[in-house]
Design a protein around this ligand. Structure first.
Ligand SMILES: [Zn+2]
Ligand SMILES: [Zn+2]
Length: 206
């Protein structure tokens, strides 16, 4: 299916607003850090060195959980029209869709990192890495072109990661595949599209 003419310009417009709101969130994070209201730390040896990746995984798990349930809530009909519809104006996604949100949705999403650093000790570099993962993963998930290799949907790690095929089904079918980085909430709550693996095999067939 083709994207309608003008879709990218709409997406760029909404993404610019999202960038502004996310930048305000960044300012908030730095302000919290400098004012002593955050758990961000500088010395990488303050805790055991292996705590660095563990803190990142915990933060991603918290973000996943927050987003999955926020996303389910945003699909309630009244909330959907008010908050989430703009993201779904893109039936066929492109990298520009990744941050094409209603400003209300951007605000709801912008709270997550400031919330996490209120209580979870994170090294500054892990906060930066989380922001990079967030951006790269959102872009990959909206590519509409599968970049993961054949068999990834069955791989011990790959089956837990969301990619372009997984998220393209959310835009095409609306009420399946709500996850952000990982598939576990969709699997646990039985909201993963039943034909996901079949479509993945189709898209990765040589
Ligand atoms: Zn999306
Ligand atoms: Zn949605």
């Amino acid at each position: 299916m083709l994207r309608p003419q003008g879709q990218s310009w709409q997406e760029i417009k909404w993404s610019a607003l999202t960038s502004f709101i996310f930048a305000l969130s960044g300012v908030g994070i730095v302000w919290m850090w400098q004012a002593g209201y955050s758990t961000i730390y500088i010395d990488p040896f303050k805790y055991a060195i292996f705590y660095l990746p563990i803190s990142l995984l915990i933060a991603l798990f918290i973000h996943e959980t927050y987003y999955y349930w926020l996303h389910r809530w945003m699909h309630r009909p009244k909330i959907y029209r008010l908050v989430h519809k703009i993201h779904h104006d893109s039936i066929v996604t492109s990298p520009w869709t990744a941050f094409s949100f209603d400003p209300l949705e951007s605000i709801l999403q912008a709270f997550v990192v400031p919330f996490i650093i209120l209580f979870l000790p994170m090294h500054f570099s892990m906060v930066m890495l989380m922001l990079i993962i967030m951006t790269v993963s959102a872009t990959i998930n909206h590519l509409d072109i599968e970049i993961y290799p054949k068999g990834f949907e069955q791989h011990w790690l790959g089956k837990w990661l969301i990619g372009a095929t997984h998220h393209s089904q959310h835009h095409a079918k609306f009420l399946v595949n709500y996850g952000l980085y990982f598939t576990f909430w969709d699997k646990w709550m039985h909201t993963e599209s039943p034909d996901f693996e079949e479509l993945f095999r189709e898209k990765t067939k040589i």
